[in-house]
Design a binder for this molecule. Structure first.
Ligand code: KIV
Length: 302
């Protein structure tokens, strides 16, 4: 296994001009696949409110849920750095509450750092969490927890004033000790200016190619939802189609009685007496005396 990615690795990647690959994950199975696929960073995003829970925003997601999913992802990740999102109202009330909740994500969720949304107004909060030895990733631009303030999910920083404010926010977060910054829903020219103005890496989603890295929601890049196709998402697979096809084949075989066949069935120990109407199991090939291993359950090899 290659060395574990840390916040220092990410800084070095920016310095050497190598792009950072980040993707969301919400459970151990996806975390393992994406980690083995080469992710540098796995983000346990509060986007799980939408893609896992079926909510229409990230606002209902709770600390307990973030801790639960973070711990699952951390168990699946070997190499990638795991970041846990601080959910709505877990850090906005006071820096003290923010530190306590960031601490829960680290101690119970086993993440390597936390992410929070917002600009200079959260600089003190970032400072407090970093002082507690917990690295913080910032998040500027289209910040979904501020959906009501933004009036919807709209691109941010398009005019000169807004662009200037976002650059100031980025500089304030860096000065407060943030180790990286997500830029979401931002014009690519502004993302380039911010990226060039910071020593810490920027990771873009809908922010163009000049960021130091990119992040996408794993369900989006894998094509799990055919009805969701925003401009910034590229589908790198069609899992919706693949899953539908596999499920249809499975259902058809169950209905036809062709699954399970012999290959996927167990045999009784030879010679044992069963209740009527079948008196004795004849000597069956492959039926051993010893305990027969199932070979694993629910995708976990044993
Ligand atoms: O919650 C999330 O998944 C995110 C990313 C999309 C950046 O914040």
């Amino acid at each position: 296994m290659k060395d574990k990615v840390t916040i220092h690795t990410l800084k070095r990647l920016k310095q050497s001009g190598q792009k950072i690959c980040m993707v969301t994950a919400y459970d151990a199975t996806f975390a393992r696949i994406l980690d083995e696929g080469g992710a540098d960073v796995l983000l346990v995003g509060d986007s799980l409110g939408m893609v896992v829970q079926g909510q229409d925003s990230t606002l209902p997601v709770t600390m307990d849920q973030m801790v639960y999913h973070s711990a699952a992802v951390a168990r699946g990740a070997k190499r990638a750095h795991v970041v846990g999102d601080l959910p709505f109202m877990s850090y906005q009330v006071s820096p003290q509450e923010a530190v306590r909740n960031a601490g829960r994500l680290v101690s119970e969720g086993n993440v390597g750092s936390v992410k929070l949304e917002g600009g200079a107004e959260f600089a003190d909060t970032v400072r407090a969490i970093v002082r507690a030895s917990i690295p913080v990733m910032g998040h500027l631009g289209l910040t979904p927890q501020s959906v009501h303030k933004m009036g919807g999910y709209v691109v941010q920083g398009r005019d000169e004033d807004a662009a200037r404010r976002m650059l100031d926010d980025a500089l304030a977060l860096e000065a407060a000790g943030a180790y990286a910054l997500v830029l979401e829903g931002v014009p690519l020219e502004l993302a380039r200016t911010i990226t060039q103005s910071l020593k810490i890496p920027t990771i873009g989603i809908g922010a163009g190619k000049h960021c130091d890295g990119q992040v996408l929601v794993c369900y989006d890049l894998l094509g799990m939802n055919p009805d969701f196709k925003p401009k910034f998402v590229k589908r790198f697979a069609n899992l919706h189609g693949n899953i539908t096809e596999a499920a249809n084949t499975y259902f058809a075989e169950v209905r036809a009685g062709t699954f399970p066949d012999e290959e996927h069935s167990f045999k009784a120990t030879k010679g044992i007496r069963l209740v009527t109407p079948t008196p004795v199991v004849p000597e069956a090939e492959g039926a051993g005396e010893a305990a027969e291993k199932v070979g694993g359950i629910y995708g976990a090899p044993v």
